[in-house]
Design a protein around this ligand. Sequence first.
Ligand code: ATP
Length: 694
Amino acid sequence: MFALKSIQLAIQPLIRCPLNKIVIKTMATKATPKKSVMNIKSSSPPSATSSSVYNPSKSDYDAVDDAIWRSGERVPYLAFATTLKTIEETSGRLKMIEILSNYFRSVIALSADDLIKSVYLCLNKVCPDYEGLEMGIGESLIIKAIAAATGRKVDQIKAEIEKKGDMGIVAELSRTNQKTLFAPPKLSVANVFDKFKQITQMSGNSTQAKKVEMIQSMLVACRECEARYLVRSLTGKLRIGLAEQSLLQALTQAVVLHNNVKMKRSSDKFKAEVAKHSLILKTAYCECPNYDRIIPVILEHGIEALPTHCQLTPGIPLKPMLAHPSKGVDEVLRRFDKSKFTCEYKYDGERAQIHYVGNGSVLIFSRNQENNTSKYPDIIKRMPNCITDEVKDFIIDCEAVAWDQQQKQILPFQVLSTRKRKNAEEGDIKIQVCLYVFDLLYLNGESLVAEPLSKRRDLLRAHFKSVEGEFTFAHSSDVNTLDEIQEFLEESIKGKCEGLMVKTLDVDASYEIAKRSKKWLKLKKDYLEGVGDTLDLVVIGGYRGKGKRTGVYGGYLLACYDDGTEEFQSICKIGTGFKDEDLENLANSLNEHVIDKPKSYYNYDESLRPDVWFDAVQVWEVKCADLSLSPVHKAAIGFVNDDKGISLRFPRYLRLRDDKKPDMATTASQVSEMYKNQEQIKAGNDDDDDEDDY
Ligand code: ATP
């Protein structure tokens, strides 16, 4: 599949040309390639190999001339580390994307085989999320490795980390103190990535010494800023302020420019090409979030070929469809005015995307595409009882809900959350789970996402069997009058559900991967009282507690996420809704993520400065009385008012959302929409028909 695989190994000139027409001249090939097609410049070696001359932020960056390595060579880790350093020193997101795209352009032009590894290193990953291998080596191991590599004392290193608050910087400074007799081999992106992968695959105490040795061997070889990024990657906190969506954008830009060497970044043509291709790439990534599959297709066939090569596949989790909040039955009827729709109970559990791969293996993924298979051995065991003989493979969308076997009724989400999260043994399971299935996305070799819900539902009911307390179709009713919906909503609440999900059935009723779509409306009982939906917010700071709260935090600073600027914008201070044990547990877990200064991508007002800053790691679900314009908070600034943000009035903590990552928090545009809805409702007018991504 990856035709370029052998290319870099053989020392042959790789010719720069359109990706889908990459021309490689082997020694055996007679003809000299035509200049116009190849545009090759790589025959002369670059004049220097130091980061002081690698400058991926150059406005007229040339993928070949400005690189610090030659065609066919492995990408030096120094080029990668320098790219991260340059990005870190840049504040504008567009410029950051440009810098990264320049680095990718050189990788594509000179060493395309290293593109996958470069992408993973930028994201601080060693494999797709769903494979579950995560960077995040314990600090003490890394400190030992720094000590071994530099001859410094562990205590001295610890004290310096305490002072500087960044292990990466300490590692970098430690390196410059060291003198070596002869230089060890230079690090390459490929060998650093391979070592990272090996390290994350090792488990158990007996492997610790081996890990230290591997880290030490890399540190010894570090030059300039390499140690900083090597160590930060190992700790799992690379955080250069560039999220995955920006990386996809940078990759698109790199591919477009590689295929159109003469195109100017400022031209309309470039912008149009990038817009078109980035949509294709982002869509493909939602269906198939796996760079090991996507990048070879891009290199071999181009971005446009992704829809035919990277489709929905059992075994690879897709980003789920999400629903829009709605404030009442009136709104539902107005929105679905002419379309046929169904109402389903909205169960309060945990989303489970279940894949049956066809060889008997069942995989269960969370809303975040994490592999939850080992959490649910009971579901896996029962699966064969729930499918008919004709089923060969499938993907279904369900809610896993705690179930009381004696009373034969649903239990609250809090009960489910006490289940063991990984490697559960079937015999030890105390909390039983019933699956409520609400969608069928793939069946017997065919993707069904483009089919209307009515067809997906018919196929679901025809191919699966309901088993009480184990596997049941989401309770639904195709009602259509205000009274009927109201009655069904009340029934759902009595049935211990959160409310209803209302979904279009025939027209405009496809499954929208990775979208928060208005084809699905959620009608929660809470909406009927408060502001609408709850918000999922990121904790960025803490205020030390006094009196009864001495020793824990008395309040916190919360932020929403602006997915346009990729910044966390303060939205409220919060101090209510916490039980005593919440205060204790949250303080303990957040204390592991204290940082010495706010990240460059935190947008807040000085008057709100907390006593302690946290890395953006935790998401909390929060309820509030309403939203108001704020002169100090920055949430959704520029959406409703150029100078004012939006803040929450009377926020209350509801629960920790450990199934959400910070970039899945409520976005600035959702905050502004909630604010506008509330204002429109006050004014007696709440029409808004757009659909947006999440
Ligand atoms: P969101 O997922 O919309 O960001 P959230 O995670 O806070 O927000 P909710 O707002 O509570 O979730 O609503 C959507 C979730 O409801 C789905 O992700 C799914 O887990 C759950 N759910 C329960 N019943 C159904 C159903 N019948 N159809 C679809 N989703 C359902």
